[in-house]
Design a protein around this ligand. Structure first.
Ligand SMILES: [Ca+2]
Length: 167
């Protein structure tokens, strides 16, 4: 949607705000410096996803999920698979990597877009709801008091971590 409420002229479907579809429970959006759009999404049971979003594409739900494939539908860049739940929430981009807050994964996950591998870079904070990266620092905020976590006295907490301390 344009900021004045009108439909962008280059949207993929005529007279429609719809940009992409077949999403199940998307929780976060972020853009790389070149304008590439990414989204995090909860699967129905495990099969969580990180997708590269392109105009007019169908991201599969409810026909396919996780690593399943079908013509005309997009299989995610990354999926937790059928046995692992991340419950991915907020997402941010930095230096060819995606950083994703994981509620059930209770970690900050780093997805390397070049090697297509991922790892936990911050853990032991409980449920992580969102992540934001500025020039030199990464911020994560926990969500242990949402009724699904095990809050401690000081929860919830916003943490600031220098990027140079991540790896
Ligand atoms: Ca999907």
């Amino acid at each position: 949607m344009n900021l004045d409420g009108s439909i962008p002229e280059d949207n993929p479907f005529e007279d429609s705000y719809v940009y992409s579809y077949g999403h199940r429970n998307p929780q976060g959006l972020t853009w790389a410096e070149d304008g590439t759009l990414y989204a995090s999404e909860h699967g129905n049971s495990a099969n969580d996803e990180v997708n590269h979003i392109e105009a007019g594409e169908n991201y599969g739900w409810p026909t396919i999920e996780g690593e399943q494939e079908q013509e005309g539908m997009i299989t995610p860049l990354f999926t937790s698979g059928a046995d692992i739940t991340w419950a991915p929430s907020g997402i941010d981009y930095y230096d060819e990597r995606l950083y994703v807050a994981a509620l059930r994964g209770t970690a900050l996950l780093e997805f390397d877009l070049e090697t297509e591998e991922y790892s936990e870079v911050i853990s032991d904070l409980g449920r992580v709801r969102d992540v934001l990266i500025d020039v030199e620092n990464l911020y994560v905020i926990t969500n242990n008091t949402d009724g699904r976590g095990n809050p401690e006295g000081a929860d919830d907490i916003l943490y600031k971590v220098p990027l140079e301390n991540l790896n």
